[in-house]
Design a protein around this ligand. Structure first.
Ligand SMILES: [Zn+2]
Length: 205
């Protein structure tokens, strides 16, 4: 039985449908995968603020204008106030962390004035727990490239797109040859094509 190799499959960042990497469009929602080369986190953040849900894609591949190292540092040191969420445009998550942390700080400062212990036990335990959990989970997600980053098509980079198209035309032959070799190697490595079996079968015939 042929095994389907996960590295040959791309999960649609819009609907989650699994497609082969050779497909140009998502078979479910019709997203053109090539468009993902022209998205930016900057445009994604604007779309989040403007609530243009239909324009937002949540991707795990780092867009060129969002840096993983910066996100990790922000999460590690300022994650309790949601800095990494603000940096990457997940504002609701960011505000939740920020508010929970601020309320906790105020409560601790006013410890003598209000009964923080009973407030914490009766009400504040849950949001604080969620916030800490979110912080740790986010750090792991960012580190393992699984954090979902909002991006959107960026129309402000038409020159970049033109340049890419030009260089694509020039390199297309080279790239095709290289891709074919790489794909064949991948298929062999993953036993989707087994050269030895193939040869044996030829002999039998
Ligand atoms: Zn899709």
């Amino acid at each position: 039985m042929k095994r389907v190799d996960k590295s040959l499959i791309i999960k649609c960042p819009r609907c989650g449908e699994e497609n082969f990497k050779t497909q140009k469009k998502c078979s479910d929602c019709g997203l053109i995968f090539d468009r993902l080369n022209y998205v930016s986190n900057r445009a994604g953040k604007i779309a989040v603020i403007k609530r243009e849900k239909e324009n937002i894609l949540r991707v795990t591949k780092w867009p060129s204008d969002a840096k993983k190292g910066k996100a990790l540092l922000l999460c590690g040191f300022l994650g309790l106030v949601g800095a990494h969420n603000f940096y990457l445009g997940r504002y609701l998550k960011g505000f939740f962390s920020l508010i929970v942390t601020l309320v906790a700080c105020v409560c601790i400062l006013l410890e003598n004035v209000i009964d923080y212990a009973s407030f914490y036990e009766n009400f504040f335990f849950l949001p604080t727990g969620i916030m800490f959990l979110m912080w740790w989970v986010d750090f792991i997600l960012i580190a393992s490239n699984k954090y979902k980053i909002p991006v959107a098509l960026d129309y402000l980079y038409p020159e970049k797109i033109k340049k890419d198209k030009k260089s694509k035309k020039n390199n297309i032959k080279e790239k095709n040859i290289k891709n074919n070799i790489e794909n064949n190697e991948k298929l062999q490595e993953n036993n989707i094509i087994n050269i030895q079996e193939f040869k044996n079968e030829e002999k039998k015939e």
